[in-house]
Design a protein around this ligand. Structure first.
Ligand SMILES: CC(C)(COP(=O)(O)OP(=O)(O)OC[C@H]1O[C@@H](n2cnc3c(N)ncnc32)[C@H](O)[C@@H]1OP(=O)(O)O)[C@@H](O)C(=O)NCCC(=O)NCCS
Length: 166
């Protein structure tokens, strides 16, 4: 079975809480966090409630045969800029899923009017740096000893229709 045959994408649902906690606390994800400790179930529940109520359309999940294997989500900074995070289950990394998910999230962000997207990336996270640069992000600023900010500025919302010619 090829991953691409069974892969689908959807918005977040209330039943995703437990699977997302597992993905969030997986070692391959924690490795590149500012705080590498697992999040507690309580903290995760609070995050999940806010994402499913206020920010429902700001995350896209990758599903393989009913199994949740990836997430990309955007945290708004202001009305037009946001910070993106992405995480693919270790077993399914390096098979094109991260790029597909990031591309979809950027397109969603564009359609929602975001014109500047940033990503804070650990200096030794070569996979992530390579993925984000491939998707048009450029180095912006060193923000700490271990993290750099990468930024992508998009054009105006491409879904705004051109004015009709009379
Ligand atoms: C970083 C991450 C999102 C990339 O997703 P992925 O599905 O593994 O990546 P893809 O297979 O879509 O590959 C897209 C690009 O990423 C880079 N990449 C992927 N695997 C790589 C590897 N093993 N080594 C170097 N670069 C790699 C390449 O540029 C690749 O493009 P290419 O296939 O044309 O060379 C994923 O590995 C992940 O979730 N890692 C743990 C959490 C994390 O680091 N999140 C990002 C925090 S900023």
């Amino acid at each position: 079975m090829k991953v691409s045959d069974e892969l689908s994408f959807r918005n977040i649902e209330p039943d995703d809480q437990a699977e997302l906690l597992k993905l969030r606390n997986s070692n391959s994800n924690l490795e590149f966090f500012k705080n590498p400790n697992p999040v507690s179930a309580e903290d995760h529940a609070e995050w999940f409630t806010s994402r499913t109520s206020e920010f429902k359309e700001l995350q896209i999940l990758a599903i393989l045969s009913d199994r949740l294997i990836g997430i990309a989500f955007l945290v708004p900074i202001d009305d037009h800029s946001g910070s993106i995070s992405i995480n693919i289950d270790f077993e399914y990394q390096s098979q094109g899923i991260g790029q597909e998910l990031l591309t979809r999230m950027l397109s969603r962000a564009d359609s929602l009017g975001f014109t500047r997207i940033e990503a804070l990336i650990h200096i030794s996270n070569s996979k992530s740096i390579s993925l984000f640069e491939k998707c048009g992000f450029i180095f912006d600023e060193k923000i700490s000893e271990l993290f750099n900010r990468y930024v992508k500025s998009t054009k105006q919302n491409t879904l705004i229709p051109f004015p009709k010619l009379s």
